[in-house]
Design a protein. Structure first.
Length: 148
C-alpha cells in the first residue's frame, strides 16, 4: 500500500502529519503537484512534479494508483476515480470518501458548480482549523490501523 497526495492544494499542516505517519508506519508517501515541492529527506517520502494543466496531477495519481492505496485529496472528482479504481480517499478535513457517499458528494459538488456558473455566490468552505487537522489525523490513524 502507498499514500498519494494531491499536493497542490493540500495544507502544509496535513503534509506534516503525513510525513510523520510515513516514517512511523514505514509506508511510501508520494506527493504529486504541478509546482516544485520540498519534503523532508526520507526513504519513504518522494515528490513528483508534473506539467501544468487541468487535472495533470490528478491523472498522474490515477495512472499510478493500485487497489488499496490511499489518496489524500479535496478534489471530489479525483476521489470518485480513486474509489472506482479500488483505492481509498480521505480529504484534508478528515472525511473519508466511500462507495456509499461519493455519488452524493459528487452530485452536490456539481450542483454547487452549476450555481456558481449561473452567478450565485455560494461562498466557500470554512477556514481550515485545528478541529479539521485533528479530524484528519484521527481518520488517517484509523485507516492505517485497518490497513495493517
Amino acid at each position: 500500500m502507498q499514500i498519494w497526495v494531491d499536493a497542490d492544494a493540500c495544507p502544509k499542516v496535513i503534509k506534516e502529519i503525513l510525513y510523520r505517519a510515513a516514517e512511523r508506519v514505514q509506508i511510501p508517501l508520494t506527493l504529486v503537484a504541478n509546482q516544485p515541492l520540498s519534503a523532508p529527506p526520507s526513504r519513504y517520502i518522494k515528490t513528483i512534479q508534473v506539467g501544468s494543466g487541468f487535472d495533470v496531477a490528478d491523472n498522474e495519481i490515477v495512472k499510478r494508483l493500485l487497489p488499496g492505496d490511499l489518496v489524500i485529496t479535496a478534489d471530489i472528482p479525483l476521489a470518485a476515480e480513486v474509489i472506482e479504481k479500488g483505492g481509498n480517499a480521505i480529504n484534508p478535513r478528515g472525511e473519508r470518501y466511500t462507495e456509499n457517499n461519493i455519488k452524493q458528494r459528487l452530485s452536490m459538488r456539481n450542483f454547487m458548480d452549476e450555481l456558481r456558473g449561473s452567478g450565485v455566490d455560494t461562498g466557500g468552505p470554512p477556514s481550515f482549523n485545528h478541529g479539521d487537522r485533528q479530524a484528519f489525523a484521527n481518520q488517517l490513524d484509523r485507516f492505517l490501523k485497518q490497513a495493517r
